[in-house]
Write a protein that binds this ligand. Structure first.
Ligand code: M6R
Length: 614
């Protein structure tokens, strides 16, 4: 939520890297953007409402190329509004000290109102409604000649979360960065240092990075990085190498990141699976879990926490854990769980699902579970992310960077990882060698199953064309396909702005059926799972109310094909794989509907990729 970039170099102008970095981070928020640049003449700030492209136009107009060379240090920000409307005044960077100090911030300062009131009493005039501006003025007030100490003193008074970067004309060449609850990474190049909310804004310059930890504050100059705690004790953080390159975060010929990421799934899933199956033991190796068979056997209940798509994947996990490992499993929306004074303890295994590993609600659920003595694991995509680190053990998805705000490959990788986890857990309990071996074979086939669905893209696009103008849609599924129906509805809501609801197939007749008419298409998930015949009955109920039904059904299932208005075929799979296969078809369906409706697919309105506020 909000993207921060900072750049400093011995000789490279900062504007280009800052704006390029913002483009990479635009998925984190895109209602306004700005940069602050420092030279011997002081600090200049440029900000604009709208996307980074608007800021770029402003810079082209107001900062001629021949002037850019003198600014080799700067900070930049792309915003997802929390405090105050997305106006130019509320856009970052914010300034204090008569424009001599500029700051960009990601996160929420929870005590900003009382801090602001105190500052106003001292005569400080505010130019924006943001919480961030409070921090700028506090740093200016504490500045008695040492920039790092001034920022530390200010941050000690702040409650809430921050990733921040600041520059000051009183301290030429120094950039102060700090984090608590919002990610911040420092890329250390040969001549340049780049700071960003995530590595995607850094890899164009260097793959050597330092992940700051909560409570770290650093002073950066072109010569190097000094990290301290807020109490000024020196801190050492290791330099790590990012294991992917710039190609992974470019569109590579696809019109949108969403489509690219849908198409990346066979390879992404092969990476999730690689080296983790053990055919000889009919189980899975998941070394990151660091749990002995004895510890796994002692688990009495699984709780899966997450939000959005990650929650839907966790809901599939319920079916997998209960069926394969005989373990009662509750999927929980992370914020609801965290504030429910949850009953968890040493017998419970809490699995936190998060693509980004930074979702504030999920992180809070992890902390609450650790506090209560539960066994906690992360199931994250982003390596080194906060949830992955704080959980301390877990399974990385290895699905590669996901840039589109709508999550696609992360879902299928999460379900695949949960399936392997359930297999491992099941094999410490009552799952037989034969059943384990069957599952190992099924998991190995997942990339090919997805490949086959992608090959049917044209047929899906054709059906999407027929329904692209619908204002409302229903998605129905039962059992393990119910979460897939929720995920299909979420995808079409967020990328195509179609009002959609996901329901248990049996629940439709208990009220929502009143809304059906020839104008409300129903997408029915009809893959081969136990209970499919019942869903076919529900399809008949929908058709009897004139609702057109799009069926996602197994290839060659003539009964299902005859029952629906339009059938989209997916390969025959075991029930455990059916949610993956069904959701890939639904991702393509949502993508095509969004494209036909002219939506901004990769950056839908009002959203942000990484939700780091509660
Ligand atoms: O990074 P996370 O998986 O924790 O993110 C959770 C949700 O914010 C995320 O899945 C969101 O619902 C996506 N926009 C769905 O496409």
């Amino acid at each position: 939520m909000c993207g921060i970039v900072g750049f400093t170099s011995l000789d490279t102008p900062a504007v280009g890297p800052l704006v390029n970095g913002l483009r990479r981070l635009e998925y984190r928020g895109y209602d306004s953007a700005g940069v602050a640049l420092e030279s011997a003449d002081g600090i200049r700030v440029f900000k604009q409402t709208g996307r980074v492209a608007e800021l770029d136009k402003l810079l082209a107009k107001e900062l001629p190329n021949d002037e850019r060379g003198k600014y080799t240090i700067g900070i930049a920000h792309t915003r997802w509004a929390t405090h105050g409307l997305p106006t130019q005044a509320n856009a970052h960077p914010h300034t204090a000290d008569g424009g001599r100090l500029a700051i960009v911030h990601n996160g929420i300062i929870e005590n900003y109102a009382s801090l602001r009131a105190g500052l106003e009493k001292r005569g400080v005039k505010f130019a924006s409604q943001t919480d961030t501006e409070v921090l700028a003025h506090l740093i200016a007030i504490f500045d008695k000649g040492d920039f790092l100490s001034a920022a530390s003193e200010a941050l000690k008074r702040v409650e809430g979360t921050y990733g921040m970067a600041a520059i000051s004309a009183r301290h030429p060449g120094e950039m102060i960065v700090a984090r608590k609850g919002s990610p911040l990474v420092i890329g250390v190049g040969e001549k340049d240092i780049v700071v960003a909310s995530d590595v995607s804004a850094i890899v164009a310059y260097t793959r050597q990075v330092i992940y700051l930890k909560d409570g770290d504050i650093a002073c950066i100059t072109p010569e190097g990085v000094e990290i301290h705690s807020l109490d000024n004790a020196p801190v050492t953080r290791e330099v790590q190498e990012v294991d992917w390159d710039i190609g992974a975060i470019e569109k590579g010929g696809y019109e949108h990141f969403m489509l690219k990421e849908i198409y990346e799934q066979p390879e992404a899933l092969a990476n999730t699976i690689r080296g983790r199956l053990d055919p000889s033991g009919a189980t899975a190796f998941l070394s990151g879990l660091s749990l002995t068979p004895r510890e796994l056997a002692a688990v009495r209940r699984v709780v899966i926490v997450g939000c959005g798509t990650s929650l839907h994947a966790g809901m599939v996990g319920k079916y997998l854990f209960e069926k394969l490992a005989d373990l009662p499993t509750s999927p929980e929306q992370a914020a609801e769980f965290r504030y429910s004074n949850p009953i968890v303890g040493p017998d419970d295994w809490v699995i936190a699902m998060s693509q980004s590993g930074e979702t504030a609600d999920t992180l809070a659920a992890v902390r609450e579970s650790i506090r209560k003595g539960a066994l906690v694991s992360g199931l994250c995509n982003v390596v080194g992310s906060t949830i992955a680190r704080e959980a301390g053990r877990g399974v990385y998805l290895h699905a590669g960077p996901e840039i589109s705000v709508a999550s696609t490959k992360a879902f299928t990788a999460q379900v695949t990882a949960l399936l392997m986890t359930a297999l491992k857990l099941g094999r410490t309990r009552r799952l037989s060698f034969e059943d384990g071996a069957r599952l190992v074979g099924e998991i190995e086939k997942i990339p090919d199953v997805v490949r086959e669905i992608l090959a049917g893209n044209d047929a899906i696009a054709k059906v999407a064309e027929k329904y692209a103008s619908a204002g409302d849609m229903f998605f129905i599924g039962r059992g393990i396909l119910y979460p897939a129906a929720l995920e299909g509805a979420l995808k079409i809501k967020e990328v195509a702005y179609v009002h959609a609801e996901g329901y248990q197939a049996a629940e439709l007749k208990h009220g929502p059926i009143a809304l059906l008419s020839e104008k409300t298409p129903v997408v029915a998930l009809l893959a081969d799972i136990p209970g499919k015949e019942k869903t076919l009955g529900n399809v008949q109920e929908c058709r009897a109310r004139n609702a057109p039904v799009i069926g996602i059904a197994t290839k060659g299932d003539d009964v299902a094909a005859a029952a629906v208005t339009d059938a989209l075929a997916i390969p025959k799979t075991s029930p455990e794989i059916a949610p993956i296969a069904s959701v890939v078809a639904l991702q393509l369906f949502a993508y095509h509907v969004a494209r036909l409706r002219g939506c901004e697919i990769d950056q839908p309105r009002n959203l942000a990729k990484s939700v780091t506020v509660e």
